[in-house]
Design a binder for this molecule. Structure first.
Ligand SMILES: C[S@@+](CC[C@H](N)C(=O)[O-])C[C@H]1O[C@@H](n2cnc3c(N)ncnc32)[C@H](O)[C@@H]1O
Length: 234
């Protein structure tokens, strides 16, 4: 799934005049941090250059995966038409763009994001193009979600790997409380990402959730040996 044309053009504008060698080095640093799942008290996208590296190297893939996840959600629940979105760890607004592409009638979106650098880029990209009334909020999702309003759709994409494991159950609990209808969690297709999704799934089932996708059942996962599971990372 390709980036929407106006998002791609916005990204191209932001990357103009960034020397390729500088961008490559920033992309390597960012990639090393993600691969190591480094949690050293610094946000991976604290700096403007790291945000640009994300736009150049990771955004197309995260957009495609999120858009495909929203399709899976919509296939499982065709009548679902969210009017409000809360996206936690919004980055450059990837979920906002994907959700707007699928549900153009989305009315309001709250984009919650810790990094000022990526918030600024997200706001710039969405600009006047995204029809939904969008509010970008600063904060740490592990402690600052108390005053946030619930939304029809709550999302958290490629964020949990940046959160200390001990903080995850409380965060997931809060995201579930904020869900008017549906919670979407997307993680990288790595063994560690898969384990996080399994932990989220277990916790939500215990809280009374019904799993819609990728497998619409509440049974222990994987129900058969991993070799037979199409989602098991190899
Ligand atoms: C890998 S990016 C993903 C961005 C976007 N969701 C996407 O899929 O493209 C993770 C984002 O989560 C943000 N983040 C990490 N920890 C956070 C926290 N505790 N509170 C709020 N945002 C956080 C990071 O700053 C970063 O923008």
């Amino acid at each position: 799934m390709e980036l929407p044309a106006s998002l791609r053009q916005g990204v191209e504008r932001l990357l103009e005049n960034v020397p390729l060698a500088v961008l490559k080095q920033a992309a390597k640093t960012l990639s090393d941090r993600y691969r190591a799942e480094l949690r050293d008290g610094r946000l991976h996208m604290a700096e403007d250059l790291a945000v640009k590296a994300y736009l150049a190297t990771r955004l197309p893939a995260t957009y495609a995966a999120i858009r495909a996840s929203l399709d899976a959600l919509s296939d499982a629940k065709p009548a679902f038409q969210p009017r409000t979105l809360l996206d936690v760890g919004a980055g450059p607004g990837t979920v906002l763009w994907a959700a707007t592409d699928l549900w153009p009638d989305l009315e309001q979106a709250v984009l919650f994001e810790a990094s000022a650098a990526v918030r600024k880029v997200g706001e710039t990209l969405a600009g006047n193009t995204i029809a939904a009334q969008s509010r970008w909020l600063a904060g740490d999702a592990t402690i600052d979600l108390a005053d946030i309003e619930p939304a029809d759709l709550v999302t958290c994409a490629y964020v949990l790997d940046e959160i200390a494991p001990a903080s995850l159950p409380k965060l997931i609990d809060r995201l579930w409380q904020l869900t008017g209808d549906t919670l979407l969690s997307v993680e990288p297709g790595t063994p560690a990402g898969w384990q996080r999704i399994l932990a989220v799934r277990r916790q939500l089932i215990e809280a009374g959730a019904h799993v819609l996708a990728p497998c619409a059942h509440q049974a222990p996962c994987p129900p058969v040996q991993p070799d037979l599971c199409p989602f098991f990372p190899r």
